[in-house]
Each structure stands twice: as structure tokens, then as C-alpha cells.
Write a protein of this length. Structure first.
Length: 253
């Protein structure tokens, strides 16, 4: 059995005395591909920020790679939901991806040849090497997302966190992106927040639902309990034009 790379024990978190996460406990083994679903405002991004060490829990214990999240931060990669930037700023694809190597650059020195070679290999892996000299602002949403993933991978992380990676990309690119993540998962543990329920079971080994409370399913399947918790009413799950599961009809009271 693989060792755990993420452990949460009875974690609580509130914003201004309003509970956002309540008594969250789970353990994630190395090499997992965890998909986190749930409604907007349910606490998904808050949970991710706690695991990244960007927030501290009110109560409970969090360990990432056996350490406090803030200490383990150099060993994780992060692709945030909001990658806001000035599209007119003259920075190339290669320069953006190289930012992932900043922690390795010695003070007063630039990127090494090894840094550039490593980043070019990563850009090739995500299908963006041929665009390395292009300004980042001239790319499509899907292309920019590939570059941001490359930047996160340039840190050579043991865990890759992604918050809604397909939020700003077209539908055709979504499957391509998950194919990339599926391939990366052979080497890196992946945790992704997503609303793409239709692709969750196909790509992800384990599923969690967050709506203040936390439901974890290691089998990579969305359960009735998850759907009820996430959306608070019965729904039909449709993906790729076909119903994958048909739940009970919604009846008005």
C-alpha cells in the first residue's frame, strides 16, 4: 500500500465565525488522482488553500508529505483558478514556465542551462514547446492553461493541485487537458477541483464531495450521497450527450 501524502484530521475552518469546513478527515495515498466536486461556496477552494498552507485551520491537523503544509510548499505545484495577468505585458511562454524554477535560482544569478532544458522538456510534454517564444497574452485560454500547468510542473512537484483548470477553456480542450493530467498522474499525485462531473469517473481514481462537510470515495465513482450533498436536490447526470447515471426525479414539495 502506498504511503499517505496528504492527511487531514478533524479539520475545521471558518470565515468570520461562519463555518466553511466542518470536521474534515481523510488520507490520500501517493499516486492518487483525486477529484473534488461540490457547489460554489461549499468550501472546495478553501480546502485546497488549507492543504497548500495558504490558510491555517481553526482546529485539526494537516500534513502534506509528512510536514506542515507551509513547509511542504516547495514540493507541490499549484494552478489556481484565477490566473489573472496583464495580457499586454511582454512576457513569453518560456519565461512564464521558467517562473516555476525561481526557487532554484541562486541570488544574483539567472536561470541555468539546466533550468531552460528542463522547462523546454515540460513545454513539449504539454504540447506548447513550439509556442515558447510567443507572448502569453496571444494564446487561447486552453493554451495558457497548458503553460500554467507547465509552470507548476517546473517546480518538479510531488503533488500537483489544480483549482478548476477547465474554467476558462473551450469544451474541446477539456478532454485534452484531462488526458495530459492522466499521463502526468503516472509520476505525480494530483488533486483537482472540478465541475466537470461527466469526466470525473473516467479519469480520477478517487472522488470527494465538499459542501461544508466532506465525503470521500476511493473507488472513483460519484455516489448518490455525493450528489445530494453537492447539489441538495436530485439531478440527472449527463456527460458526452449520454446519461451516465439517472437519479430519482426531482419532485416539488
Amino acid at each position: 500500500m502506498q504511503p499517505s501524502v496528504i492527511e487531514l484530521e478533524h479539520v475545521w475552518f471558518s470565515y468570520q465565525a461562519t463555518p466553511v469546513l466542518v470536521d474534515v478527515s481523510f488520507s490520500l495515498p501517493k499516486g492518487e488522482f483525486l477529484g473534488i466536486i461540490g457547489p460554489n461556496g461549499g468550501g472546495k477552494t478553501t480546502l485546497l488553500k488549507l492543504m497548500l498552507g495558504l490558510l491555517r485551520p481553526d482546529r485539526g491537523r494537516i500534513r502534506v508529505l509528512g510536514q506542515e503544509p507551509s513547509i511542504a510548499s516547495s514540493k507541490v505545484g499549484y494552478v489556481p483558478q484565477d490566473t489573472d495577468f496583464n495580457r499586454g505585458f511582454p512576457i513569453s511562454v518560456l519565461d512564464v514556465a521558467l517562473m516555476g524554477r525561481l526557487s532554484r535560482v541562486r541570488r544574483g544569478r539567472g536561470y541555468s542551462r539546466e533550468d531552460r532544458e528542463k522547462v523546454e522538456q515540460i513545454l513539449e510534454r504539454v504540447g506548447m514547446l513550439e509556442y515558447r517564444a510567443r507572448p502569453i497574452g496571444k494564446l487561447s485560454g486552453g493554451q495558457r492553461q497548458r503553460v500554467f500547468i507547465a509552470r507548476a510542473l517546473a517546480t518538479e512537484p510531488e503533488i500537483l493541485f489544480l483549482d478548476e483548470p477547465t474554467a476558462s477553456v473551450d469544451r474541446d480542450f477539456r478532454t485534452d487537458l484531462y488526458d495530459i493530467l492522466h499521463e502526468l498522474n503516472k509520476e505525480v499525485t494530483i488533486v483537482v477541483i472540478t465541475h466537470d462531473i461527466g469526466v470525473v469517473s473516467r479519469y480520477m481514481r478517487s472522488i470527494a464531495c465538499v459542501n461544508k462537510h466532506f465525503i470521500f470515495h476511493e473507488g472513483g465513482q460519484i455516489t448518490q450521497e455525493m450528489i445530494d450533498t453537492a447539489y441538495e436536490c436530485p439531478v440527472d447526470l449527463i456527460a458526452h450527450g449520454l446519461p451516465h447515471r439517472v437519479l430519482q426525479s426531482h419532485k416539488e414539495e
